[in-house]
Design a protein around this ligand. Structure first.
Ligand code: KG4
Ligand code: ZN
Length: 344
């Protein structure tokens, strides 16, 4: 099955060609420069850029895979969640292409794509607990098998990636904030700032990052003039709190699962843009070893938004089920577990 996949849920226009066994091409046209000036993604600009970019990116993806349009046997696109105008661009393009080629169409939940990105290079060890952590999402998900998802813990306010992005903006750094702060943190001195850990009391599975964001703002305002060393020290403190919180909450999700399910857990995985973070990947490796679970840090190209993960999720579904009707709606928000569970 040769699937052409489109992902336009936020600020990257991505098109990939995926077959039964591997990703043949995965092209991403980044809009980072377009939005950097504003310190975050401007939804209307993102939609317009997708409209301009989606055809040329599709052409390049087909060429890189060595495919012609006639080789495409199914088309997939992200149906949500995301910026609704941006999602609509890729979804409408994908449906139109499927209709004109007379091939099946598959709508994919963006978070399912992030999770199954872990399955691209080697099959995932399932059942698994997956930490999904990006600019819009922070949640732990129990995955007994591909297509079935149960939420364990979730953020009650901001996403972890958003905390990196807002802090970078506050410090006058660029966008996206995560990679910039990770780099600065390498020159940061430990323990220069004390930042709060929210929902830390025993057994709490949820996340909360809005208090942390406020604490960072107060700490920076208290400095008066902000030096480069201050920026590095703030980056160190923020990364330390965020990473240790993500790891601790994942450990709790594993324990909660073990206390309530009969099936034995086999894997623990990381998904989403923040999964590119080096210290988080290292600490996940240690967590997996302590808990006796399989973990492979996902390839960097499959952490941040990309269409290969959407194609892989569509391919996985098409191996077992049929495609979607062409009136499948776009959505801005919907939990993965209730959107379209294989067990529904
Ligand atoms: O998955 P993604 O590309 O888009 C969303 O679906 O949100 O994730 C983007 C997020 C941004 O918040 C960005 O700052 C964060 O991932 N990110 C990182 C790193 N690379 C990207 N956060 C921490 N460390 C990184 N190295
Ligand atoms: Zn994403």
């Amino acid at each position: 099955m040769r699937v052409l996949a489109v992902e336009t849920s936020c600020d990257d226009t991505s098109v990939a060609c995926v077959d039964d066994t591997m990703v043949r091409s995965n092209m991403v046209s980044s809009q980072v420069d377009l939005h950097a000036h504003f310190g975050g993604v401007v939804p209307e600009l993102a939609s317009r850029a997708h409209l301009t970019n989606v055809l040329p990116v599709t052409q390049v993806a087909l060429e890189a895979a060595g495919w012609k349009l006639d080789d495409v046997q199914a088309v997939a696109a992200t149906a949500g969640p995301g910026l609704i105008g941006a999602v609509l661009m890729g979804l409408t393009f994908g449906k139109t292409l499927a209709w004109s080629l007379d091939v099946p169409f598959v709508g994919v939940h963006h978070i399912e794509g992030h999770i199954l990105a872990n399955d691209i290079e080697e099959p995932m060890a399932l059942p698994a607990v997956v930490l999904v952590v990006s600019g819009g999402h922070t949640e732990t998900v129990y995955v007994p098998r591909a297509g079935v998802y149960e939420h364990v813990g979730r953020t009650r306010d901001d996403a972890a990636g958003e905390t990196f992005d807002k802090t970078a903006k506050l410090l006058g750094l660029g966008y996206p904030g995560g990679p910039i702060l990770e780099k600065l943190a390498r020159s940061g001195r430990p323990e220069q700032f004390t930042l709060p850990r929210a929902l830390w009391k025993r057994g709490d599975l949820d996340f909360s990052f809005s208090g942390l964001k406020t604490a960072v703002r107060l700490a920076v305002e208290g400095l008066g003039e902000v030096t480069q060393q201050d920026r590095c020290d703030v980056a160190w403190a923020l990364q330390d709190v965020v990473v240790s919180t993500l790891v601790e909450k994942t450990r709790r999700a594993i324990n909660a699962h073990r206390g309530s399910h009969d099936e034995e857990l086999r894997g623990v995985y990381l998904a989403g843009g923040v999964a590119a973070n080096g210290p988080l990947r290292d600490q996940f490796g240690r967590l997996a070893a302590q808990e006796g679970l399989t973990f492979r840090p996902p390839a960097l190209a499959y952490c941040t938004d990309n269409a290969a993960m959407i194609g892989w999720a569509a391919r996985t579904r098409l191996l077992a089920q049929t495609g979607d009707p062409l009136d499948l709606p776009a959505f801005a928000r919907a939990p993965l577990a209730s959107w379209r569970n294989a067990e529904d």
